[in-house]
Design a protein around this ligand. Structure first.
Ligand code: NDP
Length: 329
């Protein structure tokens, strides 16, 4: 079978104007692949890095790493999905900004009936990230109820999920955000304390909040603008978990910078945790459970038709969004 699909493609790295809706042909799935008809598509900051060239990609590139839909065809050797299944994914290679695609089945998960397509599309990449950060990216001795962690951009897509999940785990998440309104949103959604890092010295505030002790972990996706000050927020033997570059890539760091407090540093990535089908499913099961229990609500605060993807990118980069954003079909 050969069908056609609208897909968002770039021919070269650059601004949102590079995002073009094109028609592509979609064939049958090969071994280990499925064909999925999307119902909704998730927008992520990684899409901005891939579009802009922060992460260099082969061209032309069909963008997008997250979506939900219905499985239309299953290739040889795929046993966990069947035609007609509701499914959702965070996945490489990119290509989710489309109506229909063929893709590797390995990271595609069956979507529980209780979770809508829109929620599934919004939550997979961001929710699996919150999962591996709070459950697997841990300081020596792990995290216990009552422990302080610092989470930057706490009102964003990953941030709002992490704030709620941290509350469910009994952690005291100190969330930063770029406006008072965003701080209020993070607080409503589980952050024990909030700091507007555009108007306040977040390291000084963290010191106050923790009685001078500092936090056990900093989860930092802002990157260049927050990295050094984040180290100040850590207690001895604390973990600096850098996982993004919304403000720019962190410049090279000399290990000696970690010496005064014997700090640990990691640059964490979701797809390393999703290396196998089993690890992906185990992470997804935890995410589905915490969403189905109501402990984590997926806030879809922005919706754009697929054809308005340029505006969606502009708003995400301009820090105008909160929670999750989806592209609708
Ligand atoms: P968000 O919805 O969190 O949007 C990014 C937020 O970063 C903005 O809303 C803004 O919040 C904050 N920010 C701070 N400085 C800047 C800046 N100079 N320009 C733009 N935004 C800025 O995005 P996502 O939920 O999609 O992703 C959150 C972060 O997590 C991203 O950096 C992303 O790359 C990273 N990530 C990493 C993964 C990994 O495994 N390594 C996986 C998934 C996401 P505010 O206005 O409050 O400052």
């Amino acid at each position: 079978m050969s069908a056609t699909s609208q897909a968002v493609q770039i021919q070269e790295h650059g601004g949102p104007e590079q995002l073009k809706l094109v028609t592509v042909s979609v064939g049958d799935p090969g071994p280990g692949e499925i064909r999925i008809r999307h119902k909704a598509i998730g927008l992520n900051f990684i899409d901005v890095y891939q579009r802009a060239g922060v992460y260099k990609m082969p061209m032309p590139l069909n963008l997008g790493m997250e979506a939900s839909g219905v499985v239309e065809a299953v290739g040889e050797g795929v046993s966990h999905l069947r035609v007609g299944d509701r499914a959702a994914y965070a996945s490489q290679p990119p290509g989710s900004y489309s109506e229909l695609r063929v893709m590797p089945a390995r990271t595609v998960c069956k979507l529980p009936d209780a979770i809508s397509f829109e929620t599934g599309a919004a939550m997979m990449l961001k929710g699996l990230t919150a999962q591996y950060l709070l459950k697997k990216t841990l300081p020596q001795g792990g995290l216990q109820a009552g422990d302080f962690v610092l989470f930057h951009a706490a009102a964003g897509g990953v941030g709002l999920i992490a704030s709620q999940w941290a509350r469910a785990l009994g952690l005291q998440l100190i969330g930063t955000a770029g406006s008072d309104a965003k701080c209020a949103l993070a607080k409503e959604n589980g952050a024990a304390h909030v700091i507007n890092y555009n108007t306040e010295d977040f390291a000084a505030r963290v010191k106050d909040i923790t009685g001078g002790q500092g936090v056990k972990v900093v989860y930092d996706s802002v990157g260049k603008d927050t990295f050094e000050k984040s180290l100040e927020c850590l207690r001895p033997f604390g973990l600096m978990a850098s996982f993004g570059n919304a403000s720019g890539v962190v410049p090279p760091v000399a290990p000696v910078i970690l010496a005064p407090k014997c700090l640990y540093l990691t640059r964490a990535t979701l797809f390393t945790h999703m290396a196998t089908r089993e690890s992906t499913q185990a992470m997804a099961d935890e995410l589905f459970a915490v969403v189905e229990s109501g402990q984590v609500k997926i806030h879809i605060d922005q919706r754009y038709p697929l054809a308005e993807v340029q505006q969606a990118h502009r708003d995400l980069e301009a820090r105008k969004t909160t929670g999750c954003t989806i592209l609708t079909l």
